[in-house]
Unconditional design. Structure first.
Lengths: 387, 385
């Protein structure tokens, strides 16, 4: 309850213009009452202050309660109480609730797509390593050079696990990969490859050399002006035409290239924000010390700029993670494609909602935890600057 | 020799040198790619150039705002796709703005429960990929009952797996005149607002701008409507055989795309509106109260003008995102620009031209929206002296 008080005080004024004039014009009295710690049972006081403080709010609260009353019990019934947790599709047809047995039957397909069934421990292990690495990278105590070495090792291990062909693992071509590993790998590789590119683009955009500046602005604005779908189409149908005869690039790599170029343009704008946030005095001090352009950039500008842009980079990673689902349009087998394929089985066709709720929850878990993390990072970054 | 070294010490000369090298490298790469592409296209026997636009398209398009048949040209097919993209984006922008502003304000409500409702909505829609949401909406649309068992959500509005059917006003010449009167009323309202502002700035006297402008917009069309005999006859959809006849309709694809785009973008707009309103310091409200302004006046004259300054730039990029996201239509079979271009490219093999045109069109749309919003932003921006 104590946590709610600051929220309430910061938002109270925002609603004050919605209230009756008589109440908006006497705020000191209202503030005085809450400040004096009124007598009575705390939850009741809280409800009086936050749910029933004006006639309008009382009406809204009653409306919300009515909505909850009519939606929550049926949802709980469907999701949990009447749900079928295992068994055949016949059992589901008789039940009134959700048919979670489709997940029990199809979860391997949804998670790993068409990867050979007996070998699916390999993508499972790879995803586990990956998620663990993501978690470790979020902890500040591990933010040191060794982390990038660890990432390189984990990525090599993932490649070995996914492809196989050595250490007694059978070879699995990457057109059989699918599901969660594709989603995770595409998003992380895209952001990792886009990051250095975006720094170059952002520096180029600030450059005093007109040819380089024009090229960078043109690239960034072109990529930001067109939809990702069209970039992916370009990557999947035009890249093969660009290459000399006889050279082919795999579908997964082409999609990754498209995603990387697209992400780099957006990331470049975030980095530019960081570059512009550095006081001009820093540039001038570096010049006064006689540093060259690259020394200035490497030693003075980027260390300060990149610290500022960490939260926007995490946000960009979230949207990149969500955008990976678009590769289904160019025929890659990601988590969403796998989920859609699972709903097309005639035996389980009526239970599409369960599959999409499941896939949506996976995406939601990743995105929500990352967005909370980015908010935490932002608070961390502002810790010393806020007064 | 020493002259050369001296020249290389000059930052300007080195700048030109770097740029020359960069341009030479870029041109070499571009030339290499183009020559590869031309060889590959020649090997595949694919023609180049935009001649294909004049040829017969030969495919049907599910829905179109202008008359179109399979015997029309590719150019016409692409225009149909573009119109579909624009129509769904325009409708979704309006819907997303209304929904987003409502939820953003609700999230700031002093009512704890309303705030929680809005927060749950925002966190749910923002953290699930749009494509997944679209697929879900589309699947729901497709699994609706057939027209014979259509759901009647509101009287005379039917939802079925053929889309949504709703009553429309039956054709009458009076509607055209009322529409013209509406346009004239809008023009008059703009003139009134300008006059009111000029007079206030010149004399300091307040002018009832808002009531006058609303009257100018509302009264003329209503007057014309009544004068032409108030033609309120409705064209109501009715079941005939296996499908509905009469009334207006939208396809399941359009409905799914419209709902999906609006709901997803509304989540982002809500956060923008919330942060915009929070960015106005509380002292501004208190100063307004101290001046004796009414709460409505404070909102309209003090808070909104300052909040809009914070809101408009990110709102612009949301509108741009929405328009670009409408390209996901290709995944649920709505014939938008991307989907039509894709079909054309598959049929003619002229992938390069098709993708280049598609990108150019989106770029033009983006630049137009950005240009308009920049113009608007300049108007609301803080004038510093």
């Amino acid at each position: 309850m104590s946590k709610e008080v600051p929220t309430n005080t910061t938002t109270a004024w925002a609603a004050s213009y919605e209230e009756e004039p008589s109440q908006a014009s006497v705020p000191p009295q209202a503030n005085g009452v809450t400040a004096l710690k009124p007598l009575g049972w705390a939850p009741v006081n809280w409800a009086k202050a936050n749910l029933f403080n004006t006639p309008l709010n009382t009406a809204l609260t009653v409306l919300c309660l009515a909505i909850l009353w009519f939606t929550v019990p049926p949802m709980v019934n469907w999701l949990l109480l009447n749900a079928v947790w295992s068994g055949s599709s016949e059992a589901c047809r008789e039940a009134a609730g959700a048919c979670w047995s489709i997940i029990a039957v199809k979860h391997r397909l949804i998670f790993f797509g068409t990867y050979p069934y007996e070998e699916q421990w390999r993508p499972f292990l790879a995803c586990g390593l990956f998620v663990a690495m993501l978690g470790i990278s979020g902890v500040r105590a591990f933010w040191r050079p060794a982390l990038s070495v660890a990432w390189a090792l984990v990525l090599i291990a993932m490649g070995v696990l996914m492809w196989g062909g050595i250490l007694g693992l059978t070879y699995v071509a990457n057109d059989r990969w699918g599901g969660l590993p594709i989603t995770l790998m595409l998003s992380v590789f895209a952001i990792a490859l886009a990051f250095p590119l975006s720094i170059l683009l952002a520096l180029g955009r600030q450059s005093s050399l007109p040819a380089i500046r024009t090229f960078c602005i043109g690239f960034i604005e072109l990529m930001r002006g067109v939809p990702l779908v069209s970039v992916l189409f370009m990557a999947s149908v035009m890249f093969p035409l660009f290459l000399p005869e006889g050279v082919t690039v795999d579908k997964l790599l082409r999609a990754l290239a498209g995603l990387t170029l697209f992400t780099a343009a957006y990331l470049a704008e975030a980095v530019r924000g960081g570059l512009q946030a550095i006081p001009k005095g820093q540039y001038e001090a570096a010049d006064a010390l006689g540093l060259s352009y690259w020394q200035k950039t490497r030693l003075i500008v980027l260390p300060q700029a990149l610290r500022i842009v960490i939260p926007p980079i995490v946000n960009q990673f979230i949207s990149c993670f969500k955008d990976t689902s678009l590769v289904t349009i160019v025929g890659l087998y990601d988590l969403l494609t796998a989920a859609t394929v699972a709903t097309t089985d005639p035996e389980w066709r009526p239970y599409f909602a369960e599959v999409y709720v499941f896939a949506g929850m996976i995406f939601w878990l990743f995105c929500f935890s990352m967005s909370r993390y980015s908010q935490w990072l932002e608070r961390l970054a502002n810790r010393y600057t806020r007064r | 020799m020493s002259n050369l070294i001296q020249a290389l010490n000059s930052a300007r000369v080195r700048g030109w040198l770097y740029q020359g090298l960069f341009l030479a490298g870029a041109l070499a790469v571009a030339g290499y790619l183009v020559s590869n592409t031309l060889t590959n296209l020649a090997n595949r026997g694919v023609a180049t150039g935009f001649g294909f636009l004049e040829r017969e398209a030969g495919f049907e398009i599910g829905e179109s705002l202008m008359s179109y048949a399979a015997s029309d040209t590719y150019l016409r097919a692409l225009v149909v796709g573009l119109l579909n993209t624009l129509s769904v984006s325009a409708a979704a922008v309006v819907l997303a703005t209304v929904l987003g502003v409502a939820i953003g304000v609700a999230r700031l409500s002093s009512n704890w429960m309303v705030g929680r409702f809005a927060a749950v909505f925002v966190e749910t829609v923002r953290n699930v990929p749009l494509l997944l949401q679209l697929v879900v909406w589309y699947t729901i649309m497709n699994r609706l009952p057939s027209p014979r068992e259509a759901l009647e959500v509101v009287p005379h509005v039917f939802l079925s797996n053929r889309g949504m059917k709703f009553p429309v006003l039956a054709d009458h010449p009076g509607h055209g005149w009322a529409f013209l009167a509406l346009l004239a009323g809008i023009a008059a309202a703009i003139a009134i607002v300008r006059y009111g502002r000029r007079r206030r700035e010149a004399t300091g006297k307040p002018f009832p701008t808002l009531p006058a402008a609303i009257a100018a917009v509302v009264l003329p069309p209503v007057a014309v409507f009544v004068a032409t005999g108030a033609p309120l006859a409705l064209d109501v959809p009715a079941l005939a055989g296996f499908n509905f006849e009469g009334g207006g309709s939208v396809t399941p694809e359009f409905t799914a795309l419209l709902i999906g785009l609006s709901v997803y973008t509304a989540g982002f707009i809500a956060e923008i509106v919330r942060s915009g309103i929070l960015a106005v310091p509380h002292g501004q409200t208190e100063a307004g109260l101290a001046l004796g302004l009414s709460p409505v006046q404070i909102l309209r004259l003090v808070i909104l003008p300052q909040a809009l300054r914070v809101i408009v730039p990110p709102l612009t990029s949301q509108y741009l995102n929405l328009t670009k996201n409408s390209s996901l239509a290709v995944a649920i079979g709505y014939p938008d620009l991307v989907s039509v271009t894709n079909t054309s490219a598959n049929q003619t093999g002229q992938v390069v031209e098709a993708v280049a045109m598609m990108m150019a069109v989106y770029l033009v749309i983006s630049l137009c929206i950005a240009g308009f919003m920049n113009w608007y932003n300049r108007r609301v921006a803080l004038v510093t002296r």
